[in-house]
Design a protein around this ligand. Structure first.
Ligand code: GUN
Length: 296
């Protein structure tokens, strides 16, 4: 079997177009969704992410507010800024780029964000709402994975889903979302006994461990849908760096029914879902109908 390639780049472009349509509708009633992104320090990867987020926010017709603070900013000053953004009616979404410098308590900072503006879905209230099946702000990467899965498979009810990885950002919320879709969900991790056999159970396999090409084709059930969240930079044979996922793509593509590539799979969906969450937050705050197709 040769797997169907799930083109996240093309899908993300469709999500962004849908977001832009909703923004146009919101502008007709006098609302411009606004996203504030806060970056503390000069981490090069974070700077690239933040720049891309700002550009795509503006391209979707929304307002982008960027706050760049020096690495030695005090936690109190950051909390003060978050308080101002919480109170600002032009700001519907707030994202504090992680990781934060070591002298800051990331949990404290994230939990200072108004949960209604928490477009990352990291606030403890949103984690609790998602875990209890209530309306939440949903973390962007798992939301993007869910959109890809629904688009490819339709109804996920009754399917065996295995999520490899238990991070707060991807693995745990992904498992909650799949439970919400009536999948039978296993969350596997580095201590899981006989991980290959657990993976082979999966109709849906989500790999989010951050270990390059850890999952080979012979761990995959024939015909399974494989979502590879990993983005790992490794040295190629030519001496240049290349990006690979957590799944060994070439062997997996021989067995799977469908698979997301790296790059061009899940990656582009994350910012698209951040924009979608900003529109959702704007609609909820203003008691307007939820944007269709952009929420969990
Ligand atoms: N750093 C890497 N990914 C993310 C993300 O999704 N949200 C935030 N806030 N920081 C990140």
């Amino acid at each position: 079997m040769t797997a169907k390639i799930l083109d996240g780049k093309a899908f993300a472009a469709r999500v962004r177009a849908k977001v832009a349509d909703h923004v146009t509708d919101l502008k007709r009633v006098g609302l411009v969704p606004g996203l504030a992104v806060v970056l503390v320090g000069e981490d090069p990867a974070s700077q690239v992410y933040v720049r891309n987020k700002g550009r795509q926010t503006q391209e979707a017709g929304m307002k982008s507010f960027e706050h760049r603070l020096p690495a030695d900013t005090s936690e109190a000053a950051l909390l003060d800024l978050i308080g101002q953004l919480n109170a600002d009616p032009a700001v519907h979404g707030i994202l504090v780029q992680l990781p934060l410098p070591g002298h800051m308590n990331a949990d404290l900072v994230i939990n200072a964000i108004d949960p209604a503006k928490d477009v990352d879905g990291f606030h403890i209230s949103n984690v609790g709402l998602l875990g209890t099946g209530q309306k939440a702000m949903v973390p962007c990467t798992p939301l993007g994975c869910l959109m890809l899965l629904r688009d490819h498979l339709g109804d996920l009810s009754g399917m065996e889903a295995v999520v490899v990885g238990r991070s707060n950002i991807v693995g745990k919320p992904m498992a909650q979302l799949l439970l919400g879709e009536n999948c039978t969900v296993t969350t596997a991790h580095s201590r899981t006994r006989d991980l290959p056999e657990v993976c082979r159970r999966a109709d849906i396999l989500v790999a989010a461990v951050g270990r390059p090409e850890m999952i080979p084709g012979d761990w995959i059930r024939p015909g399974a849908t494989v979502i590879d969240v990993g983005i790992n930079r490794v040295a190629g044979a030519d001496g240049n760096n290349r990006l690979v996922g957590d799944v060994h793509f070439d062997s997996a593509a021989q067995v799977a029914g469908a698979i997301t590539p790296v790059p061009g799979g899940v990656g582009p969906m994350t910012i698209a879902c951040l924009l979608a969450n900003t529109v959702t937050a704007c609609c909820r705050t203003n008691r307007l109908p939820e944007p269709e197709g952009l929420t969990a």
